[in-house]
Each structure stands twice: as structure tokens, then as C-alpha cells.
Design a binder for this molecule. Structure first.
Ligand SMILES: [Fe+2]
Length: 602
């Protein structure tokens, strides 16, 4: 097959203006189970024509009602309303004075945009939207109306104090623990790296807890400094773990200056804190807690972690991918690495999220902040790990998770620009240059398709990797992505080349279903898979009308029921902005930690 056949239309990556406030009844193609119920919420970044990064706009919240009616499924969507759109509309002319950053956190003279466009949290029936930069926002799950930001700015640890809207650098993946009824997350306080003032940042790191009604509580990790940012707070019954990932945010990057940040540490570092120590610190009115450091191989960005410890050990899967950076995007002066051609305008702003290296799932066991074992699953034809899911019923099971369902977006040569290639060709985490089993491998000459795979956790992943390589040696004509069909342990589906699997959500009913959004040249689709037989392919499909493009959708969440909101938590937006002008710079500059940690908020 020639590589120019069946190319993905990249204009479909962008969520269209028409997406806001729509409601549609979609015809079902295939076998949608009659008894399916509940709701899937997915968030997508809204894309304005002038935005310079695909993930720059406010979140659009999309709800799918899973109960079919007369052969149809209902979908609703609404855009989040932070201050961002308002300032964007009145400040556009002034915005021209600020260098154009190809970075999701858009800056203006009033501060940093609050986008809450990355993930969704089900907080005991309350719907919370999150991102890695900016406060979380609560949305009404029934009407999809924006209700309130979480916390006044001066209740947060402010990362950079910028006028009305300071930067709150946190994580898109907080954890809601229904046993303690708290949302656990982390927040960073930035400081420029002394030896590298403008190109790089370090951060003091705080664990933050919110009970859904009162003020935010913070504990600083004593003597702990992050090089990068966390993206995830990993929580178990006994621990909160804060990863330090190579998504770096130098001042220069935020301001749009073209100075590359310092190279990140090439392995995964996680700071481990005992939840008991948080309680003790609170009782003693202490504002710091000790952390311990665990290090293991690879660049990780998502984690599937058991809640319960087994024999004192904690098991998790780290989703890893070398050779990509979500804070960078294709720019006007970039060229395609493999052909040397320049990019058409429609490519500008697409992040470097497509890899030129196989994706890695790494099973990690730690005990008492010590690495006990690590085991990598690497499929030679599955590139660009993206979103994942697992059965949410297993999170609370003493035995833990049984499998991870991982989406690989594929290998798309046109989407790898020269700058991306040069930045990562020698990455220490690269499989094709660094791993003993793959060292003499060359990059494929053709694109590779998107795949969804169920990888069971009780298998030996090193052996599974070797068995697939053996299968390859014995079947040299099998297409690279199709390898693994001989492995009983694996269940997977390889998409036709013109489709890219995107968001994925496990529906915890019966044996389970996977709800996935799919990008195609024709527009957005939903594919439903039976979780126990992915190789059957989608059992049902939904097609959005041609009027609507969901664009690149991100994380999702399942709600069994939605009901009227009982909480009356509300943060006054105007007061919030005024207080950020007065209290925030004072607290930031003078570092009165008492003010931040033990503050009383009306
Ligand atoms: Fe994420």
C-alpha cells in the first residue's frame, strides 16, 4: 500500500465552532446492547481559528446517554465558560503585542487562560473539569452549564503571579477518594532555575486536598523540587505519589520565545508520600511532609494504579512513550522530517503527540518506596501510546486491576517534524536505539495504523514481548501491527489506516464495553467494543452529523446516574479576580507559608 493512500484529514483534529451547545440523536449502526445505561462524559479542547495549539481552548463537555431509544443514542455538548472567552474577545488587538506561543497555556495581559479542557472527574456525582494549568471547574452534569471554579486564586498555591489570572500549575488527573471524600491533587510553585534563568523552571511541590465544600488544604513536600510537571496524582489507600515528568515549562516557553528548555531527566521519578503523614502534619499544624523518591526506566505520563496494596506492595502500570512532547506543536517554519516538505497551514498547532518509536507499557511494583520489579510490554508495531482505560469496578477490588486497555494512535510520518526528530532521536528512553531487543531496528518506511489492545496484568510482559518478536521472525510477511495474533494472552483490534482511535472509556456493565471516539477523514464517530473480545471489532457505531466535528477529544469518565446538584459551593468570579491582584503577589513574593497553608477563607 502506498503511504499516500487513506491519509487522515488533519483538519478533523480541530473541534469546530459548531460543537458548542448541540444536542443530537444519532442512529445506531450495529448491535448496541439494549440494557446499556448510564452516561459517558468526554472533554475536548475548543478550537478557535486563531489558536496556535490544538489544546489551547476551553473545555467542551460532551455527554453521551447510553440508553438507546428507538435505535438512537443522544449526545449533548456545551462549552465551559471561564473568563477565557471574554478576555479573548476584548483583548485580541492587544494580544498582538505578546509573542505568539505554541503552547496550550495562552497568555495575555490579564494573565493565563483557564482552560479546564483535559480530563473529567466524577466526584461523588459532581462533574469536575481539569487541566494541568488553571483551576478546576465544576459543571452541572444535567444541563452542562458551568457552575464555579474550584477555589479563589489566593486559596491555591500560585505557580506564577500574573495580574488577574495567575498561573496555577497543578495536574489534569486528581484522584477522588470516596472513602475519605476528598479530591487529592498537587500544585506547584515555580522558581527559575538559577543557572538557566529564562529557559527553565523548577517547582516546589504541594499536595492539595479539597473536601468539596471548604477551602483547599496544602502540604509542601519537604526538600522536594520538580524539574518538570506531574500530569497525574497517583493515589492508593496509603500513599499519594507525585511523578516528575518531562513536560517542561520554561518561562521562555510560556512567553513564546524560542529557547528550548533544558533536557529532562530520562527516567521516571516519583515522589512518594504517606497519607498518614498528611494527617499527622495536619494534627500538629505542620505544613510540610516528607517524601521518598522512586526511579524507574522510561518516560511515563499516565498511570493505572491499584488502590489496595497487596502484601505491602503497590502495583501499577506506567504508560510510556519516548519521542513526543505535548507542549510543543508544529509551527509555520517547520518541515516534515521524512520528506523535507514544509507544512500547510492546517497542520500548525498539532502537538508533537505522534511518536517515532514503539509505545511502552511498564508494570512496576514498589514496596516501602523501593522499586521491587519492572517489566515492559513493547509491541514492535504499536506506536504512540495515548489514552487508556480499565474496569472501574476493579479499582476498589482487593485483587486490583486485571487488564489495561490501551489506545495506540499509530505512526504517521507526515506528522513528525524535523524539530521533533532532532529533539528526540537520541532520547535515552528510545526503544529503537536503546533497548537491547530493538537496537538494530530501523524506522518503518510506511505509516502504521491505530490499535486498541487489552493487555492482561497477570502475564509476564517481558516474555510476551519476546514471543511477539519470535512470531515476527517466523512470519516475516505479517504486517507489523498485526503481530500478536498467535498470543493467547493478547486481544486487540487494528484500525483501518484512515481512522485514529482517540478517547476510550470502560463501561462497567456485564462483561464490560469500551466506548471510543474515532477520528476519520469523514468526521467524528463512536465505536463500541465488547471488552472481552476486541478482535471482533466494533459491535456498534455512531456517526456524528457532518455539521459537528468533535476534534481531538481527551479524557473521559463514566457516571452511572446523574442527578440534581445538592452542593451550594460557589466561588464569586469577580471577587476571585480582585483578590488575585491583592493577596496573591504578596503571598508569592514573601512566601508567608502560614498564609497559604493555614489560611481561613470566608
Ligand atoms: Fe492525561
Amino acid at each position: 500500500m502506498s503511504m499516500d493512500v487513506n491519509k487522515m484529514d488533519v483538519t478533523k483534529f480541530k473541534c469546530s465552532n459548531k460543537l458548542v451547545d448541540f444536542s443530537e440523536k444519532l442512529e445506531i449502526y450495529g448491535e448496541w446492547p439494549d440494557d446499556l445505561s448510564g452516561h459517558v462524559f468526554i472533554v475536548a479542547p475548543f478550537h478557535r481559528r486563531k489558536d496556535r495549539h490544538l489544546f489551547a481552548g476551553e473545555g467542551v463537555i460532551i455527554r453521551w446517554d447510553l440508553q438507546s431509544q428507538d435505535g438512537h443514542i443522544k449526545v449533548h455538548s456545551k462549552k465551559l465558560k471561564t473568563w477565557d472567552s471574554f478576555w479573548y474577545s476584548i483583548l485580541s488587538p492587544l494580544g498582538k503585542l505578546i509573542p505568539k506561543a505554541f503552547f496550550p497555556a495562552r497568555l495575555s495581559i490579564v494573565g493565563v487562560a483557564e482552560i479546564a479542557n483535559t480530563a473529567v472527574v466524577n466526584m461523588n456525582g459532581r462533574l469536575i473539569l481539569t487541566a494541568d494549568a488553571g483551576r478546576y471547574w465544576e459543571v452541572n452534569p444535567e444541563t452542562l452549564e458551568t457552575i464555579t471554579p474550584i477555589g479563589y486564586f489566593d486559596e491555591h498555591i500560585v505557580s506564577i503571579p500574573l495580574s488577574f489570572f495567575p498561573l496555577v500549575a497543578n495536574t489534569a488527573h486528581p484522584f477522588y477518594d470516596p472513602h475519605t471524600k476528598e479530591l487529592l491533587t498537587c500544585e506547584l510553585k515555580s522558581k527559575p532555575r538559577q543557572e538557566n534563568l529564562f529557559t527553565d523552571m523548577l517547582s516546589a511541590v504541594y499536595i492539595t486536598s479539597w473536601d468539596g465544600k471548604g477551602t483547599l488544604k496544602h502540604w509542601e513536600l519537604d526538600g522536594t523540587v520538580l524539574d518538570g510537571s506531574p500530569h497525574t496524582a497517583i493515589v492508593t489507600k496509603e500513599l499519594v505519589m507525585i511523578p516528575d515528568m518531562p513536560f517542561q515549562m520554561g518561562v521562555s516557553m510560556i512567553l513564546g520565545l524560542k529557547i528550548p528548555p533544558r533536557k529532562a531527566y530520562p527516567k521516571t521519578q516519583i515522589y512518594v508520600v504517606r497519607r498518614k503523614d498528611l494527617e499527622t502534619a495536619q494534627e500538629n499544624k505542620d505544613d510540610t511532609v516528607p517524601s521518598r523518591l522512586v526511579t524507574f526506566e522510561g518516560d511515563s505520563y499516565h498511570f493505572l494504579c491499584n488502590y489496595h496494596h497487596i502484601d505491602g506492595k503497590i502495583n501499577f502500570v506506567a504508560v510510556q512513550q519516548a519521542t513526543l512532547s505535548l507542549t510543543e506543536a508544529i509551527q509555520p517554519d517547520d518541515v516534515k522530517h521524512f520528506s523535507g516538505e514544509s507544512y500547510k497551514k492546517k497542520y500548525y498547532g498539532i502537538p508533537w503527540m505522534f511518536a517515532f518509536d514503539p509505545g511502552v507499557l511498564r508494570k512496576v511494583t514498589i514496596k516501602d518506596a523501593e522499586l521491587i520489579s519492572e517489566e515492559a510490554f513493547i509491541h514492535p508495531g504499536w506506536y504512540s501510546t495515548m489514552l487508556y482505560t480499565a474496569d472501574p469496578r476493579e479499582l476498589w477490588d482487593e485483587k486490583g486491576y486485571s487488564a489495561i486497555y490501551q489506545v495506540y494512535a499509530g505512526y504517521h510520518r507526515d506528522l513528525i517534524c524535523r524539530r521533533q526528530y532532532l529533539s528526540f532521536r537520541d532520547s535515552k528512553s528510545r526503544i529503537l536505539t536503546q533497548h537491547e531487543l530493538f537496537q538494530d531496528w530501523k524506522l518503518p518506511q510506511q505509516d502504521l495504523p491505530s490499535v486498541v489492545a487489552k493487555v492482561p496484568l497477570d502475564e509476564d510482559w517481558e516474555k510476551l514481548t519476546k514471543d511477539i518478536l519470535k512470531e515476527k521472525a517466523e512470519n516475516p510477511d505479517t504486517p507489523l501491527s498485526e503481530l500478536g495474533k498467535e498470543q493467547e494472552a493478547l486481544d486487540f483490534y487494528v484500525c483501518p489506516q484512515e481512522y485514529i482511535l482517540d478517547s476510550i472509556q470502560f463501561i462497567p456493565q456485564d462483561k464490560g464495553y469500551l466506548f471510543t471516539t474515532v477520528l476519520s477523514s469523514e468526521g467524528s464517530e463512536v465505536w463500541l467494543f465488547a471488552a472481552d473480545c476486541l478482535k471482533r471489532g466494533p459491535i456498534a457505531k455512531l456517526r456524528l452529523s457532518t455539521k459537528v466535528d468533535l476534534g481531538f477529544t481527551l479524557h473521559s469518565e463514566y457516571f452511572e446516574n446523574i442527578s440534581a446538584r445538592e452542593s451550594n459551593y460557589n466561588v464569586n468570579r469577580l471577587l476571585s479576580a480582585v483578590r488575585s491582584l491583592t493577596k496573591v503577589p504578596y503571598e508569592f513574593l514573601f512566601n508567608r507559608r502560614d498564609d497559604i497553608v493555614n489560611r481561613k477563607v470566608n
